[in-house]
Design a binder for this molecule. Structure first.
Ligand code: UDP
Length: 238
C-alpha cells in the first residue's frame, strides 16, 4: 500500500490519561471514540495494528505503593486498570466496524484472550486490531515496556507513541517557550538526558532490538494517519 509508506505493521502506545479527556479520571467516551477513529483511518490504509494502552487514568502502582500498599499488589491493580481501558477501546473500535481482540498478559478467559504469540500474529494477518492488555503481566514494569516487548514479538516496524505534544523536546514545551523539538534522537541520548519518552527499561529494550519509536501528537486530528504517511512533525528515536 503506497499510502502507508514503509509501514505494514505498527504498535500504537497511548497512556491511560489519553482516554480521560478533561475529566481527570477514567474513560471519556467521546475521547475514546475519537482515538478509535484515528486507529480506523490507519487500519483503512491496510496497516496491521497492535495497541497497548496504559492504566494511569484509573490506577498507578507507584501511587498505591506510596500510600503504603505493597508494590506488587499495587502494580497488579494497575495492570487490571489497563484491561478496563482495553475493553473500552475495543468497544469503540467495534462500533466503527473494526474487528479486534483484547489479549491479556494475565489470564481472564471470560473477558480477554490469553496471550499466545502465534495466535496474536494470526489475528494481525487477518487485519484484526490486537489490543494487548495487562502490561507484561509482571509487577515493576510499565506499559511502555509492555509496548516494546509486544512490538518486538509481533515484528512491528516501529512503536508509535501518541502523546500530547508533537515529539520529544529538550524540556517541557508546555512550560518553556524556548523548548526545542528533536527531529531524531538516539536511544542513548534519551537515556543520558532523561528525556522522558518512555522509561529506561523500555528504551533499552527498543535500543537492543533496533526498534524505532516515533513520538507524535495524538491531539492533532488525523495525526496518526498523517505520521504514517510521512506528514506532520514528530520525533524519531532510533
Ligand atoms: N503495570 C505493571 N506491569 C506492567 C505494566 C503495567 O505492573 O507490565 C502497572 C504499573 O503499576 C503501572 C500501571 O500498571 O503503574 C499502569 O500502567 P502505566 O503506568 O504504564 O500506564 P500509563 O502511564 O501509560 O497510563
Amino acid at each position: 500500500n503506497p499510502q502507508a509508506g514503509k509501514y505494514s505493521r505498527v504498535l500504537l502506545k497511548i497512556s491511560g490519561e489519553a482516554l480521560m479527556g478533561d475529566q481527570g479520571y477514567g474513560l471519556h467516551p467521546p475521547t475514546v471514540s475519537r482515538i478509535a477513529n484515528e486507529v480506523k483511518s490507519v487500519h483503512d490504509m491496510g496497516v496491521e495494528i497492535c495497541m497497548v494502552i496504559g492504566g494511569g487514568n484509573i490506577f498507578r502502582g507507584l501511587q498505591g505503593s506510596a500510600q503504603g500498599m505493597e508494590r506488587a499488589t499495587a502494580d497488579y491493580m494497575g495492570m487490571l486498570a489497563t484491561v478496563m481501558n482495553a475493553l473500552g477501546m475495543q468497544a469503540a473500535l467495534e462500533q466503527l466496524g473494526i474487528h479486534t481482540r483484547v489479549i491479556s498478559a494475565i489470564r481472564m478467559d471470560e473477558v480477554a484472550e490469553p496471550y499466545i504469540r502465534r495466535r496474536a500474529v494470526r489475528h494481525l494477518e487477518k487485519k484484526r486490531v490486537c489490543i494487548f492488555a495487562a502490561g507484561t503481566g509482571n509487577p515493576y514494569f510499565t506499559t511502555d515496556t509492555a509496548a516494546t516487548l509486544r512490538a518486538n514479538e509481533m515484528n512491528c516496524e516501529a512503536i508509535f507513541k501518541g502523546t500530547k505534544v508533537d515529539g520529544v523536546y529538550d524540556k517541557d514545551p508546555k512550560k518553556h517557550d524556548d523548548a526545542k523539538r528533536y527531529d531524531t534522537v538516539t536511544y542513548d541520548e534519551v537515556l543520558q538526558k532523561h528525556l522522558g519518552v518512555m522509561d529506561a527499561s523500555a528504551i533499552a529494550l527498543a535500543r537492543d532490538n533496533d526498534l524505532p519509536i516515533i513520538v507524535f501528537s495524538l491531539d492533532e486530528p488525523g495525526g496518526f494517519r498523517g505520521i504514517l504517511a510521512g506528514q506532520g512533525t514528530y520525533t524519531r528515536v532510533h
